[in-house]
Design a protein around this ligand. Structure first.
Ligand SMILES: Nc1ncnc2c1ncn2[C@@H]1O[C@H](COP(=O)(O)OP(=O)(O)OP(=O)(O)O)[C@@H](O)[C@H]1O
Ligand SMILES: [Mg+2]
Length: 184
């Protein structure tokens, strides 16, 4: 999988966190149209506020605002990863994005899941209009936050000690599933 666009017009759903980790684990470029701390943490990270270049082997982290250049890249991406939380605004904005890019391969990323109901709610609401869409998920965890702060991918942080392997074992298993989808 070569061009991964991570997008959602809802802020704070986890775009930057997952984008950085996936880019680092895949050894891909990270490109964003939105200032992010990743620029200070990853040598393959670049910021393009205006025209965004199209590259293979790249994770694009698109800010939660409308940007025609971002739309162009999303239309060329192999896959759009759409982080969505169990929040009415987040779900509604995801439905709109899915409708806009309905011709594309979209993977809904149910993020910050605290219990079964969170996941079921997101899935039910999205599948109500788009029953074919694929899902992946991650629990509420500090794995991505602590990884980004340390400038490490989720895998690097998980593997850094016996303690981190224990603390993040469930979240890492979920993360690994997501990562493996892009390694195919
Ligand atoms: N699975 C998770 N569990 C708990 N917290 C998470 C999870 N994923 C991301 N977060 C946290 O949620 C916050 C927002 O994440 P992030 O900045 O990645 O979102 P974003 O969609 O890029 O936001 P923005 O639209 O502002 O760019 C951060 O503090 C991040 O650490
Ligand atoms: Mg962000």
């Amino acid at each position: 999988m070569a061009i991964i666009a991570i997008a959602s017009t809802k802020g704070g759903v986890g775009k930057t966190s997952i984008a950085f980790s996936l880019a680092k684990d895949l050894d891909y470029r990270y490109i964003t149209n939105d200032m992010s701390v990743v620029l200070n943490k990853y040598k393959k990270a670049r910021y393009y506020p205006k025209k965004i270049p199209l590259y293979e082997n790249t994770v694009y982290d698109f800010g939660g605002f409308v940007d025609n250049h971002a739309d162009e890249i999303m239309n060329k991406a192999d896959i759009i990863l759409l982080p969505t939380t169990n929040d009415l605004n987040s779900i509604m904005k995801s439905q709109i994005l899915i409708k806009t890019f309905k011709h594309k391969t979209i993977l809904v990323f149910a993020n910050m899941i605290e219990n079964k109901k969170d996941y079921e709610t997101i899935k039910t609401e999205i599948h109500r209009y788009f029953p074919e869409l694929a899902f992946t998920h991650m629990r509420r965890t500090k794995l991505l936050k602590n990884a980004l702060e340390a400038g490490k991918s989720a895998t690097e942080l998980f593997e850094s000690s016996k303690q981190t392997q224990y603390v993040y074992r469930h979240a890492f298993e979920e993360y690994t599933k997501i990562l493996s989808l892009f390694k195919q």
